[in-house]
Design a protein around this ligand. Sequence first.
Ligand SMILES: *Cc1c(COP(=O)(O)O)cnc(C)c1O
Length: 385
Amino acid sequence: MTEQTRPIALFDMQAQQALIRPELDRRIASVLSSGRFINGPEVVELEKRLADFAGCAHAVGVSSGTDALQIAMMAEGIGRGDAVFLPAFTYTATAEVPLVLGATPVFVDVDPETFNIDLADLERRIELVVKEGKLKPRALVGVDLFGLPADWPALRAIAQKHGLFTLDDAAQAFGAALHGQRLGRHADATALSFYPTKTLGCYGDGGALLTDSAERAELYRSLRTHGEGGGRYEVLRTGMNGRLDTLQAAILLCKMDLFEQELKDRAKVASWYGARLTGKVGLQRLSNEAESAWGLYTIRLSGPEQRAKVQEALKAQGIPFGVYYPKPLHHQPAYQGAHAAGLAAAPALAVAESLCHQVMSLPMHPYLTEGEVERVCNAVVAAVS
Ligand SMILES: *Cc1c(COP(=O)(O)O)cnc(C)c1O
């Protein structure tokens, strides 16, 4: 097929698979013959590779990004009566985890240009929680939305002032860097997701926790295996079944061979988009300090009417797109009650609410060609002109 007619994918896992298929077959066959489907040597090998890649001391493989968040919060003993601050504009899992543990998510507004947590609003809400005195501020979850690192030095400073545990939800951002340091040590713990469409994805569910703290890493290993101690069948704490399985680790090891190059290619695709879309639509603002992992390429339109026009134009050309996210978390039926209970006098979450009516994500993967990006941009630009 020529470039003009090849269907454009929102995420492309086939092109990547074709490149590593022999290695995948070899690694999978090796696990099948070893029979070590749980805690096989591939898990240990992957953990070492992830820690080296991120430049942090410890990596602990877990069963998903959601479980990574949960294990990190369980290790801190977060639960009833605790306030966990997190952005209102993110994936559901970020808010779900504190609720599962009995804690209360306190939704924070986001910055209109980076789409990441708004620092002034965060401080305001921490102070309100302290003033109302019902909840104890315990943790801050920063999300690196669409692959762009949150302002971690500033978040750490705020957390330190209020004694908060910092958790980096880097599920969309593995490979991103801030001040030349990859995500993995900007917060007390960093949660990764290996859901298939993330920057590093497996063929099922998987995740990892990164940390520089040996004590935390040991707790995470215990918690992912039912809270076991040094010996098997010795239960030290209430844990969960949260392990990364050996087959997924083997698959991820094959993908790690390509990862560095894929990140460069994602950045190249983003630069092609940027060259054609700057000044035509709103774009996520990059700073000099941050290198996005480009998990998603998201544009911001003037409102729902303009977004619908762009969507129609893309549909007419068979170009896929996504809307991340159509609803802020505090408007989700499941979370409205917690939102109301968290802060009696909660200020509006105006930016998060408006972004939900304005954003949409364009095809983004390392195997897009410049011609394909041009086709997408031509359709977008024509629809907004
Ligand atoms: C994908 C994602 C998660 C959850 O990861 P899973 O592996 O699907 O459990 C958590 N937070 C964010 C921001 C995500 O994008």
